[in-house]
Write a protein that binds this ligand. Structure first.
Ligand code: ATP
Length: 883
């Protein structure tokens, strides 16, 4: 039942071959059979990494290779089989932990991807249903409207003004108008105008089509199959971390060579030299770092998804933390998007507060021609779908239908009695919509749109039930400004009656102005508080709207985006933005200072986003329509609404707010900042611990002190005791003041100069404790080297665990920081301590780690030195030497 050229067949033969029905679709049981036969309608956009590949990648890590070399050296030079086996066991454990964590990370990402799935509207069992696009099958009858992403290849059955953007498939950027006629077999892909293809978007109109190919069999599937070796790109963070690891490897090599060289000069035992060099290699490398970072990102994403924020790409989390400008539209994001007709103004008549009345009764309804024409205009120049149970459509258009219903007039009847001949659809540049209808009088053109756009087309006005010369345009401009200043969205209405059908290019001229309607769309209650939070967090909110300047200003004042007595420089009008030529410096300054842009087009929004980016800003952008897609792509973080946004916008966005709440973005930014903070914390934590190990081993060797640490002891520290606190750091909530400080810079490295300095100071404080106890036990207490080694080892364990408390920012008090309040930290310390004590009682492990019994006094010294390192670090911190 595969269909090679459905475009060359009649609709009937396609439908018959697929055993479907254009009015009722297929049954659910047939769907099940066909999913079995054709598979799900999915294309792996990026092939998920194979399990085996994840495993191999773990072994491919330079860290693992160094450990293997260390094991080899130990075996060859030291002939130490137990230690070699121990190192190899550790390597295996590292590989397995890394493997499990990465697999889990990938699983949770996969789960997130599932949440961002697209949906399609289909006819099944005679009913209209919304289903996941992954379960579309050949034979399904697909219903599409503006903003939908086409989810399968389908042959068109009916079209209404359908235009499709196929750039993703053919590269053609113009929308292609479609029809349903049969085409010759030789028609090339881009000319198959009776078909729609997976991955393209509905730019205009609506259609019904029958699915002919799904998943891999679609045109998109075939293209992707050809080049499907594209693999998941590494996130910038992963790249930064691996660059950091590389640096550490060089550092290790340097130290190892230094130790071997000085050992050789001092004519030391080769066995000791190799052992020390291996210990160093092991010490320097933060084994858990990449995995912990990925886990922290994945966990943050999962946490947000539970709160209705879906982050589609891992790298977005990092960018979120650095976002410093948020561009938003007005309707629906800052306002409720529950439009209601509030005021009607005709020449000589004002009808206001209509929204408060359930039933509207106008005494002169019969007599007022203006009112009658505006009713016809409201219904006919309107794309609301009337026959569905809940009416669907644009919010102003829905409001118009509701208004007409309040007058006890049936809009459906008006539509049926005045069929549409032509439609000039609304677009954001012309800012108006027009229809040509066959009416009692012959033909009537109805136009509605932005006041400035409509008034330019009118030379007459309906006054005293007659068309008269339109002389008082200025007066009308003032009336509209007044309405807009109340925060109302204003639409102007015009019409003309004709005996004959006009040519298309003559439709929009010599119109008669009827009047205007002001729509009430209240600002969202919760937005005000969020705007305040953003202000404190150093994030600028910018409103970019297609609406009237005064409407925008009023709403901006209501939500606290502009002060009540705002100066005009905070608001710019679209017509003042000249992007055709390079904007001059004054213009750039004006743009950067403004918070509201009114009457801007989607192209201007895109230009504004670019301008912000060129000026070193990280931009988040809200968008919901087809026209917003370029700007959503361009912005550093594209944000779409889950309910109101079109599928195409959701597809283009990096973040989807499932509950459509502007305020939800606050959570995402907070989480982004917290994650980045945590990653920095555990990078500093792990590096300072490792540095302490390296310097302790190195110094002890150079000073010819008894070896404080053995390779296996260090591996134990790095893999067991360090990992838990590091993981726990990633579980924190974020500092209390996280939204009270400015955002980080774009591309900020994980480690700033200050953080490197802090790492060194913390590392050296631990080293001081370890070398201190070694020297004290050696010179003062004069203990055996095994006991000295154990005291040094336990001091290191404890000092490293306590080091976690140094990771809080110095601006927060020691007793009130997020780390002290994080229960995970306390649990991780307890677990690490229990393991450290526990292994002493497992003879093979305790032997391999060279452990022995310590007296209470010796344990006492361990505690004193370990806490000493914490006190020392805190002194440096309070003196301002560290972060
Ligand atoms: P917002 O930021 O409030 O969401 P927007 O950027 O979506 O606004 P547009 O949709 O571009 O604004 O609308 C711009 C203007 O076009 C509106 O102020 C209104 O005057 C007019 N307009 C909006 N919708 C329609 C429509 N369905 N028919 C005719 N005119 C419309």
């Amino acid at each position: 039942m595969t269909m090679s050229e459905p475009f060359s067949l009649s609709i009937k033969s396609v439908v018959d071959r697929l055993n479907s029905n254009t009015n009722s679709g297929i049954t659910e049981s047939k769907v099940k059979e066909r999913i079995k036969e054709y598979g799900k309608n999915e294309i792996a956009a990026k092939l998920p990494k194979k399990t085996i590949k994840i495993l191999i990648d773990q072994c491919n890590d330079p860290i693992i290779l160094i450990l293997l070399v260390a094991a080899g050296l130990t075996f060859v030079f030291n002939d130490d089989l137990p230690e070699t086996i121990a190192i190899i066991t550790v390597v295996l454990i590292t590989v397995i932990i890394g493997f499990i964590m990465e697999l889990q990370g990938i699983r949770s990402l996969e789960a997130l991807r599932q949440m961002g799935f697209t949906e399609s509207t289909v006819l099944r069992n005679g009913k209209i249903k919304t289903v996941k696009s992954s379960v579309l099958v050949p034979g399904d009858i697909l219903l599409m409207e503006v903003g939908d992403v086409v989810s399968a290849d389908a042959r068109l059955i009916t079209v209404e003004n359908l235009a499709i953007k196929e750039a993703s498939l053919t590269g053609e950027s113009r929308a292609i108008y479609k029809h349903v006629n049969v085409l010759p077999r030789a028609t090339i892909l881009s000319d198959r105008k009776n078909m729609v293809f997976k991955g393209t978007t509905v730019e205009q109109g609506s259609a019904k089509a029958i699915v002919v190919a799904t998943g891999k069999n679609t045109q998109l599937g075939k293209i992707q199959e050809m080049g499907s070796t594209i693999e998941e790109e590494r996130t910038p963070l992963e790249k930064k971390i691996s660059a950091l690891s590389k640096r550490l490897i060089y550092l290790t090599l340097f130290f190892a060579i230094l130790i071997i060289f000085t050992g050789y000069l001092r004519d030391l035992d080769m066995r000791l030299i190799i052992e020390t060099a291996v210990a160093l290699a092991v010490a320097a490398i933060p084994e858990g770092l990449p995995v912990i970072a990925t886990m922290a990102l994945a966990r943050g994403m999962m946490k947000l998804s539970k709160r209705n924020v879906i982050i589609k790409k891992m790298e977005a989390v990092e960018t979120l933390g650095a976002t410093n400008i948020i561009c938003t539209d007005k309707t629906g994001t800052l306002t409720e998007d529950k439009m209601q007709v509030h005021t009607l103004i005709f020449e000589g008549e004002v009808l206001s507060e209509i929204h408060n009345k359930d039933n509207v009764y106008f005494e002169n309804i019969e007599k007022s021609k203006a009112l009658n024409v505006i009713i016809m205009n409201s219904v006919l120049c309107n794309n609301t779908i009337l026959n569905a149970k809940d009416m669907k459509g644009d919010s102003v258009e829905l409001a118009l239908i509701q208004f007409v219903k309040k007058l006890h007039i049936n809009p459906k009847e008006i539509k049926e009695n005045n069929p549409e001949e032509l439609e000039i659809p609304f677009n954001t540049s012309s800012k108006l919509m027009a229809t040509l209808n066959v009416t009692e009088k012959g033909f009537t053109v109805y136009v509605k749109g932005a006041f400035e756009s409509v008034i330019n087309l009118c030379n007459t006005i309906l006054k005293d039930n007659k068309s008269q010369v339109f002389k008082n345009k200025k007066e009308w401009t003032n009336r509209v400004n007044n309405l807009a200043s109340q925060g109302l969205r204003v639409l102007a209405f015009a019409y003309k009656e004709l005996d004959e059908k006009p040519e298309k290019n003559k439709v929009l001229s010599q119109l008669t102005f009827i009047g205007v309607i002001g729509f009430l769309d209240p600002a969202r209650e919760d937005v005000k508080a969020t705007i305040k939070v953003y202000k404190e967090a150093g994030i600028k909110v910018v409103m970019m709207t297609g609406d009237h300047l005064r409407t925008a200003k009023k709403i901006a004042q209501e939500i606290g985006l502009l002060p009540q007595n705002s100066v005009s420089s905070s608001i710019l009008h679209g017509q003042d933005l000249q992007f055709e030529t390079e904007p001059n410096p004054t213009m750039v300054t004006n743009i950067l200072n403004a918070s509201v842009f009114a009457r801007v087009t989607p192209e201007q929004k895109l230009k504004l986003v670019s301008l912000y980016q060129v000026n070193d800003n990280v931009v988040g952008m809200f968008g919901d329509g087809i026209n917003d897609i370029p700007a959503l792509h361009k912005a550093d973080i594209g944000i779409a609404m889950g309910i109101r946004g079109t599928q195409a916008a959701r597809e283009a966005a990096d973040v989807i707010l499932k509950n459509d709440k502007f305020t939800a973005m606050e959570l995402a930014i907070k989480q982004g900042r917290a994650i980045f903070d945590h990653i920095r914390q555990f990078v500093v934590y792990l590096l300072s611990c490792n540095l302490a190990e390296v310097v302790s081993v190195g110094l002890a060797a150079l000073l010819a002190l008894p070896a404080p640490l053995l390779p296996l002891q260090i591996l134990f520290l790095n893999l067991i005791t360090d990992i838990f606190p590091a993981l726990a750091l990633g579980m924190g909530k974020g500092e209390v003041d996280i939204m009270k400080r400015p955002p980080g810079k774009a591309n900020e490295p994980i480690m700033s100069a200050k953080r490197w300095k802090s790492t060194i100071i913390f590392g050296l404080c631990i080293t001081t404790a370890v070398i201190g106890i070694t020297a004290y036990a050696h010179f003062v207490l004069q203990l055996t080297s095994k006991i000295i080694n154990n005291m040094a080892f336990y001091t290191l364990v404890l000092a490293q665990l306590l080091n976690v408390f140094n990771m809080a920012e110095s601006r927060v008090s020691f007793f009130n920081n997020e780390i002290l309040k994080n229960p995970w930290i306390w649990s991780s310390i307890v677990i690490s301590l229990l393991i450290t004590v526990g292994i002493y009682y497992i003879p093979p492990v305790s032997n391999a780690l060279f452990l022995t019994n310590l007296s209470t006094e010796q344990i006492g010294w361990v505690i004193v030195f370990a806490f000493g390192s914490l006190v020392l670090s805190q002194i440096f911190k309070r003196l301002g030497f560290t972060f």
